[in-house]
Ligand binder design. Structure first.
Ligand code: HEM
Length: 154
């Protein structure tokens, strides 16, 4: 009868240990927390999203009239800074707060949702995964109370 040792031999132990470590590393890589900034593609990814979104906004019949007198390159730059900051990126936002900027513009809720939708369309075009899109939308949504004009709230 062949004797089977209950203790694995050294080479088997070594390969078991290796497999365990390899698995741990793979699992850690999968669950490693990724900031939204990284998920959006860092500075260049955010830059593409904003440029794409601004292009869509300026053609959107629902809201384009609001931007007739806006300095668009400046707006795009400030949106890039803002998206970077709120997604935990290494940036500084140099614009004004949302309430100060938008008060008096008479923006209603439908216009707010139209702009948010345009940002989503831009992210779709750039094949940003929907889970990542939702993370950005969740950060933009609370801005509604500062952007929509009180008298026109729907
Ligand atoms: C989540 C939604 C929105 C975000 C995150 C956002 C963000 C911004 C930012 C960062 C600026 C530049 C701030 C500055 O000039 O210091 C800005 C300006 C502006 N936004 Fe919004 N905005 C939003 C929704 C809207 C909507 C729905 C409208 C109108 C339909 C709008 C109209 C404008 C206009 C006209 C300006 C330029 C104001 C000026 O130059 O005096 N925004 N926005």
């Amino acid at each position: 009868m062949k004797f089977i040792s209950p203790v694995p031999s050294a080479p088997i132990m070594a390969s078991l240990l290796f497999a365990l470590l390899a698995n741990t590393t793979a699992a850690q890589a999968q669950t490693a927390p990724q900031t939204l900034y990284q998920a959006l593609g860092s500075e260049s990814g955010i830059s593409q999203i904003v440029d794409e979104a601004v292009g869509i906004i300026l053609q959107d019949e629902r809201i384009k009239a609001s931007f007739k007198e806006t300095n668009i390159p400046r707006l795009a730059q400030l949106l890039k800074e803002q998206f970077c900051v709120i997604s935990a990126g290494p940036c500084k936002y140099s614009g004004d707060d949302m309430k100060t900027v938008h008060q008096g513009l008479g923006i209603n809720a439908a216009q707010f949702y139209a702009l948010a939708e345009d940002v989503q369309i831009a992210m779709d075009k750039l094949t940003i995964p929907s889970a990542t899109q939702n993370r950005l939308m969740a950060l933009l949504a609370p801005m509604k109370r500062d952007i929509v004009s009180p008298r026109l709230k729907q």
